[in-house]
Design a binder for this molecule. Structure first.
Ligand code: IPE
Ligand code: IPE
Ligand code: MG
Length: 241
């Protein structure tokens, strides 16, 4: 192959999604916001299937931010209930499709029951290798960087001069996403043009796609279109081609 041709792999290894717009989807139909979250689960299924079919290795979904704890208690508890329900219902499909399940976030405020359910599904699916589905739950990018900095400070407290040798790759290992490649593509639905404290460090060179479609309407076809758009992008990483 000609060396000057862009050799970026055409299928992203890691696709990340800020699933936004469930509340507006429901309101537009005169329904309670929580109905939008329920409908959003269908899009999660569809995109997971499409990602597996396309050969994506990591699909990560921003399901609940640390800031989302500030929503009305009833919405928060519905969302946690939905998480419990999905864990119970999706196990068989994940096993059939060879999908490993992981959850990342600040678990301090999660109920012990939910934590157990998460750990159970992570354990059951741990040997699945076709794709990893990562759910970001009670996550924020600043929390992640701060917890990494704290763990790093503790590790180096007796050896401060070791910090001089610290590389970016070493720092990566302290993040909650250690071992997961940075996202190649980040999709945000619902027309909002912001990152809302999601993957701040990890999205340094990620390609962004902002879609006006509300998350429950996103589905398989839109996901495929996003992959096609990614394939047309030219990733330069600051270099000249
Ligand atoms: C995304 O939909 C789901 C979560 C943040 C939990 P929203 O609930 O933010 O829906 P909108 O943005 O209010 O429409
Ligand atoms: C971001 O959506 C968080 C998730 C999708 C889980 P929000 O709806 O919470 O973000 P803002 O408030 O519009 O920035
Ligand atoms: Mg929103």
């Amino acid at each position: 192959m000609n060396q000057t041709v862009d050799q970026t792999p055409r299928v992203p290894v890691h696709v990340s999604i800020i699933m936004d717009g469930n509340g507006r989807w429901a309101r537009e139909r005169g329904l309670e916001r929580v109905k939008g979250h329920f409908e959003g689960v269908k899009s999660v299924r569809a995109c997971t299937e499409a990602a597996v079919e396309a050969g994506v290795k990591y699909l990560s979904l921003f399901a609940f931010s640390e800031e989302n704890w500030n929503r009305p208690a009833q919405e928060v508890s519905s969302l946690m209930g939905l998480m419990m329900k999905s864990i119970a219902e999706e196990c068989a499909t994940l096993m059939e499709n060879g999908v490993r399940f992981r959850v990342i976030g600040n678990f301090e405020r999660l109920s012990p029951t939910l934590r157990e359910a998460i750990a159970g599904l992570e354990e059951k699916t741990r040997d699945n290798s076709r794709m990893t589905l990562v759910i970001f739950l009670s996550y924020s990018g600043k929390w992640d960087i701060l917890q990494a900095a704290k763990a790093l400070a503790a590790d180096y407290s007796s050896n401060p001069s070791g910090l001089e040798e610290l590389s970016l790759e070493d720092f990566d290992k302290y993040l909650s996403t250690a071992g997961i490649p940075d996202p190649d593509l980040l999709i945000r639905t619902s027309g909002e043009l912001r990152i809302s404290n999601f993957l701040l460090w990890q999205a340094a060179y990620t390609e962004f796609i902002f879609s006006d479609v509300l998350w429950p309407d996103f589905g398989k076809e839109r996901f495929r279109e996003a992959l096609a758009e990614y394939a047309r992008r030219d990733r330069r990483y600051g270099k000249v081609k």
